[in-house]
Write a protein that binds this ligand. Structure first.
Ligand code: DC
Length: 212
């Protein structure tokens, strides 16, 4: 089984994806990490994230086995990841790895921005996870504070909105819901309730009782 989960930052998609993978015994890939790793490689080389040649070279030579996920989640990498993610050749270079990951037995949960539309359009279940920008900003601010990166919630909100806009407006695999994705709004849901809502959708699809 392949489960495709797309959504904006701090919508809850990552947490839901991890929990689903654990419960259904599937592999899990947070695809944002790939774009973050490209961004980090470019920044570490002292280049700007819009240095297209450098970003493409970094994407081609990426080795996911060496990732330090915690370091890649740092706020300073976040904005740069959105910039390199708009470069079509960067996306192309990361595509095979994601598609192969999706088909590893017994299946996988992938979360990102273009999973249901581009990476796994034939996924068994597609979720499009959303939440209000204000709730997402509050969640992200809490996460960053817990990492020892205290931030102003207003700045986080502005960053999120700017990133949503860039990710949605790019021409290469823009961030959008697949037509057959199931919408899950986590604005007023606890982590537990969001997870249960995701399971309900998956079970409904699996038993052929499609919910609208
Ligand atoms: O999910 P995240 O915040 O870690 O993602 C970082 C950036 O990577 C995000 O701004 C958009 C980009 N991204 C993408 O374009 N496609 C994906 N499948 C995953 C992330």
């Amino acid at each position: 089984m392949i489960i495709a989960i797309d959504g904006p930052a701090a919508s809850g998609k990552g947490t839901i994806a991890r929990q689903l993978a654990s419960v259904y015994g599937l592999h899990h890939l947070d695809t944002g990490i790939l774009y973050r790793a490209v961004a980090k490689a470019v920044l570490d080389a002292g280049r700007s994230p819009d240095d297209t040649a450098q970003a493409i070279a970094a994407a081609i030579s990426l080795d996911p086995a060496t990732f330090d996920e915690s370091a890649l989640k740092a706020q300073k990498i976040t904005e740069a990841a959105s910039v390199v993610a708009a470069i079509p050749e960067v996306r192309q270079a990361l595509m095979n790895y994601q598609r192969e990951f999706a088909t590893r037995p017994p299946g996988a949960v992938l979360d990102g921005r273009d999973i249901g539309t581009v990476i796994a359009p034939g996924a068994d279940v597609k979720l499009f996870v959303v939440a209000s920008p204000e709730v997402r900003a509050a969640r992200r601010a809490r996460e960053l504070a817990a990492r020892g990166e205290p931030v102003d919630e207003k700045d986080v909100l502005a960053d999120l909105l700017r990133r949503d806009e860039r990710d949605s407006r790019r021409t290469a695999a823009p961030f959008k819901a697949a037509p057959d994705a199931h919408l899950l709004d986590t604005t007023h849901l606890s982590i537990d309730a969001a997870f249960r809502a995701a399971v309900d959708i998956i079970e409904a699809v699996r038993t052929g009782r499609e919910r609208r």
